[in-house]
Design a protein around this ligand. Sequence first.
Ligand code: ATP
Ligand code: PRP
Ligand code: MG
Length: 290
Amino acid sequence: MNIRIALPSKGRISGPAVELLEKAGIGLTDNSNRKLFSNTFDPEISVMFTRAADIPEYVADGAADMGITGYDLVLEKDVDVEILEDLNFGTTRLVIAAPEDSPIKTKEDLKEIKTIATEFPTITRKYLKDNDIDAKILSLSGATEVAPLIGVADVISDLTSTGTTLKMNHLREIDTIISSSVRLIANKDSMKEKYEKIEEIETGIIGVLHADGKKLIMANVNKNDLEDVKDAMPGMSGPTVSEVYGNPNVVAVHSVISEKEVFKTINKLRKVGARDLLVIPIERILEDIQ
Ligand SMILES: Nc1ncnc2c1ncn2[C@@H]1O[C@H](COP(=O)(O)OP(=O)(O)OP(=O)(O)O)[C@@H](O)[C@H]1O
Ligand SMILES: O=P(O)(O)OC[C@H]1O[C@H](OP(=O)(O)OP(=O)(O)O)[C@H](O)[C@@H]1O
Ligand SMILES: [Mg+2]
């Protein structure tokens, strides 16, 4: 069962997409720059590199069985693909923004606009229609922020994440059209014909997402201290307690904890008598550990 996955060839989401596949065990065997295709460690899985914006169409028409790209781009292309997972990177919002000195200050004021400049005409057109705003769309392919400054549009719709670009261009947010992040998508026919393999890939990726920000913490404790140690472990699944061979008074405990809890937990554990503490990175979690 051969599966082809479309990955972004450049831009901010390209590196993280490749890294996610690698962590899921689907490393690329030939990732030299500018290659359009690569095989992976799994002989049934290959990847193709294209612009992020083209991935929704390639997946929809079956040129690729699966893809990794932004939700904004899937909506903009208005194609029918299966959205499998939110991959939690490339997080951004498509917003309407107006110059700081413009009379357009609130969503209600948008009724007054004549032109809106955007790289996302499809999504923006739908927003205008849903909100009864009668304005012309100026479709641009980048640097949308300059449009109001040079007088070709009253407002823009553009992506923002930190807000720096809007601020630098003296633009003020008026409304959020959509929130977006990177998604794992699949072709609908492939979902039927190659479900088993697609599910394997999805499971591998989910495992990496679950492991994100988690550590395995291990320690030896005297049996007498076990209750205190259990209380000190914020454990998502436990803690798990195992016998230490040859030492009947000591047990080993381990637990999966959030990275943020590590410092506090180690200190607590030491105070209640835990020793031989280990904090270990986790690559993948294949169970639903809560
Ligand atoms: N400032 C941002 N913060 C987070 N994600 C973003 C940001 N800008 C764009 N993205 C997301 O990155 C994805 C790819 O965008 P795009 O193809 O424009 O790549 P890029 O990193 O902007 O590179 P380039 O525009 O130079 O090709 C889109 O889904 C988009 O939502
Ligand atoms: O809120 P911020 O963190 O400033 O991010 C927003 C900016 O990021 C994107 O541009 P990008 O860097 O992709 O450049 P581009 O316009 O050339 O695609 C987007 O089009 C905004 O201009
Ligand atoms: Mg960009």
